[in-house]
Structures are given as structure tokens and as C-alpha cells.
Design a protein around this ligand. Structure first.
Ligand code: AMP
Length: 220
């Protein structure tokens, strides 16, 4: 299964990508998580990305494309992957097409998760992220079982991301509509786009995504 999850920040892409990755036993390739790992590990790339991310802007396309291509060439991604937060611009979409050609693979579906922007704002404000494993919680609708402790890895640093503050959330939504939304037009002619409403529960949205996927790719 080779899948892109598209949608505005806060629509639940990360949560759904994680579940799909477990379901299909393939990696979740989340560029935001990869960049945060670089920041945590204080790499050159992390230092370059940090201030851009804190402002809610996008890291340059060439940097992202090189990082993604290296990741997709790793052994565990050869049989499939869930792309989460990438591509985010039309040039990244064009770059991804070239990467997939070099790898001699094709996409199975592009799932576009939609939700009203009021819901996005409230979801992102109550989001908490584990600094250790990038698991995502929502203090209102999906809190961890023990307050302040990550269900997935036991980490105790569940933080509000710097870019999940209201001013930056608005900037990220603007960036989404200006730079990422046009990808839907770029992919329109492929016939791969599946629109899924993201305002149900985590389980409901997951079932809708599964039901939207082409049957032959689920069996493969
Ligand atoms: P996310 O975790 O997907 O919400 O991403 C957090 C931030 O990381 C974004 O606001 C961008 O600054 C940066 N980022 C993540 N993915 C990309 C990408 N594909 N292209 C450019 N910047 C990205």
C-alpha cells in the first residue's frame, strides 16, 4: 500500500497515518516528525528547520525531497508507506512523482481528509505531542490513559508544540490553503483522490479511510 494523506493541519492525519501504518505493517513517513527528530537531535538540518517551523512556514522543497527520497529507499519502505505531511507544495508533488519513477513504484491512493477550520483550531490548541515517539493526544477527546504519560512509549514529556499556539496555527492554515491545497488539482487527473470527512471519532474516520481504499491494494 502506497498512500498519501492530505489535509489541513489538525485534521487528524498523524493519528490516522499511525493507525494505517500499524494496520498495513508499513512505515508512516511523517516529514514533520522527521524534522522534529532532527531538531531534538540538534543536527544541521534541525537547526536550519527550527525557526522556519516555529513561524509556521515551510522548510524548502529541495531539503524535504532529499530527506523523503532517502527515507523511501530504506528497506522497511520498499513494500509500502503512508506519507503524512508530504507532499505539501506542488513542486514537492512533482518531485515525489520523479522519486516514485526512480523507485519504479506507483501510488495506490491519495486520501484527502476534510474538516471545518473551527474544529481544526480547537483540536490543535488541545493537542499534546510526545517528544520521545511523536505520538499525538488531544486533552479533550483523546487524552493519554495516565495524565502526562505517553500510552505508546511511557515517555513523560507530552508537550504543546511551539507551532500549535493560536497565532502560528492561523499562519499554518494560510500556508495550507495557499501552498498545499493546489496539490488536489495537481493530482486530480490521476483518479486516485478519495475525499474522507475527518470530523467523526478516530475509529469512524479510520473505517471511512479503509472503505475508500481500492480493494486490490488492500489485498496486495
Ligand atoms: P506537521 O508535523 O506535518 O504539522 O509539520 C510541522 C512543520 O514542519 C510544518 O509547519 C513545516 O514547517 C514543517 N514541515 C513538515 N512537513 C513539511 C513539508 N513536507 N514541507 C515543508 N515543510 C514541512
Amino acid at each position: 500500500m502506497r498512500l498519501i494523506l492530505l489535509g489541513p493541519p489538525g485534521v487528524g492525519k498523524g493519528t490516522q497515518a499511525r493507525r494505517l501504518a500499524e494496520y498495513f505493517t508499513i512505515p508512516q513517513v511523517a516529514t514533520g516528525d522527521m524534522l522534529r527528530d532532527h531538531i531534538r537531535d540538534k543536527t544541521d538540518l534541525g537547526q536550519q528547520a527550527q525557526s522556519i517551523m516555529a513561524r509556521g512556514k515551510l522548510v524548502p522543497d529541495d531539503v524535504i525531497l532529499a530527506m523523503v527520497e532517502a527515507r523511501l529507499r530504506e528497506q522497511d519502505a520498499l513494500d509500502g508507506f503512508i506519507l503524512d505531511g508530504f507532499p505539501r507544495t506542488v513542486p514537492q508533488g512533482v518531485g515525489l512523482t520523479a522519486i516514485l519513477e526512480r523507485l519504479s513504484v506507483t501510488l495506490d491512493a491519495i486520501v484527502s481528509v476534510t474538516v471545518h477550520s473551527d474544529i481544526v483550531l480547537s483540536r490543535l490548541s488541545s493537542r499534546r505531542t510526545c517528544t520521545q515517539c511523536n505520538a499525538v493526544y488531544n486533552l479533550v477527546i483523546h487524552p493519554p490513559r495516565v495524565l502526562g504519560v505517553c500510552d505508546a512509549c511511557g515517555g513523560t514529556q507530552l508537550i504543546q508544540r511551539e507551532d500549535d499556539r493560536p497565532e502560528t496555527i492561523r499562519k499554518r492554515l494560510d500556508v495550507y490553503y495557499e501552498q498545499t491545497f493546489p496539490l488536489l488539482a495537481y493530482y486530480q487527473s490521476t483518479g486516485l483522490i478519495r475525499e474522507v470527512p475527518g470530523d467523526g471519532t478516530i475509529d469512524e474516520v479510520f473505517q471511512l479511510i479503509l472503505a475508500s481504499l481500492p480493494e486490490e491494494s488492500i489485498r496486495a
